[in-house]
Design a protein around this ligand. Structure first.
Ligand code: VAH
Length: 310
């Protein structure tokens, strides 16, 4: 049985659904800081504030879970706007999640991010093992989180595993407060207005991935043979390195008169420029068979199709 935190978020909402399809509806308990109408109709759900001691462990005991997937967090741009709140949620939540996993011997997943790298990290084909001096609160949280998860594995034997997610593109639940969110907004605006004004500058490359590939990666990593894992927290994974013009070109293959313009947001541009242009996913491929199925054209066709259908 699996407990998911952040189950109303961009990743959590789709991960909960995917896990229920894979392991059975009643074997996946979604939790988040609040409930929304009808959420219980989709399967077991509990309101949990991950920053409050005992709330997580009580729910984990109540449902006798054996796995925790901890997605509750503040993303990069919001964390930069509210750094102390981000620390409290991102680190305060993580330590209680890890303590729950230690106390109840749970298998544990939490994502890191390309945001765990900084401006002094090699920026092209960033290696799995390299210098990590991020300059954002989110990045500080992600590096500390990676180290904390490895600590709980090495010190207490908690089976912790994680991936460094690139920007994730999806059409089910909107991302909230990320830097890569432009890559989601562009599709909605393309369908609605045939145009989009990007807050990230032309030529700014970042790693990206379509949500179905991200969800498959989580399931694949969690099912991987523990003996084969050389790394744990956290694996570089990416499907593509793209800049705003790449998305515009892919969209124009479907919507020829789509227009992209720019109105750069200096804060999120600064965050984006501190991250890699592209990361190397070889360790994930070698140790647990990571493989992305969606390139930018296939993702674009599916995104536009699904958004039109909404
Ligand atoms: C963000 N979408 O923009 C998240 C993610 C790599 C980006 O961490 O903050």
């Amino acid at each position: 049985k699996i407990l998911v935190t952040g189950a109303l978020g961009q990743i959590g909402s789709e991960l909960t659904e995917k896990l229920r399809e894979t392991y059975g509806l009643d074997n996946v308990i979604g939790t988040d800081i609040r409930r929304v109408d009808g959420i219980e109709d989709k399967g077991p759900f509990e309101v949990v504030d991950v920053t409050k001691a005992n709330q997580l462990v009580e729910v984990a005991k109540k449902y006798k879970v054996d796995t925790m997937m901890h997605l509750a967090a503040l993303l990069s741009a919001k964390a930069e706007a509210f750094p102390k709140v981000a620390w409290d949620i991102n680190m305060g939540g993580l330590i209680y999640a890890l303590e729950t996993a230690r106390e109840l011997d749970l298998k544990f997943f939490t994502p890191s991010s390309i945001g765990a790298f900084g401006p002094t990290t090699p920026r092209d084909q960033t290696p799995q093992d390299t210098l990590q001096r991020p300059t954002t609160m989110y990045g500080v949280n992600k590096v500390a989180g990676e180290l904390l998860c490895d600590y709980y594995y090495n010190r207490f034997g908690v089976d912790t595993r994680g991936v460094r997610f690139p920007g994730l593109i999806s059409y089910v639940a909107p991302p909230g407060g990320g830097t890569t969110d432009y890559a989601v907004e562009i599709y909605y605006e393309a369908v609605k207005n045939n145009a989009y004004t990007s807050y990230i500058a032309k030529g700014t490359y970042m790693d990206m991935m379509y949500m179905p590939d991200a969800l498959n990666a989580i399931v694949q990593l969690m099912e991987a043979d523990s003996e084969k894992l050389v790394h744990r927290n956290a694996f570089n994974i990416s499907a593509m390195s793209a800049e705003p013009e790449d998305f515009a070109n892919a969209i124009q293959k479907q919507i020829p008169d789509f227009k992209l313009s720019y109105n750069v947001d200096p804060i999120r541009q600064k965050i984006a420029e501190s991250w890699p242009n592209s990361i190397d996913s070889q360790a994930a491929k070698n140790e647990w068979g990571f493989k992305a199925e969606y390139d930018i054209d296939r993702m674009t066709a599916d995104m536009l199709d699904k958004i039109r259908g909404k």
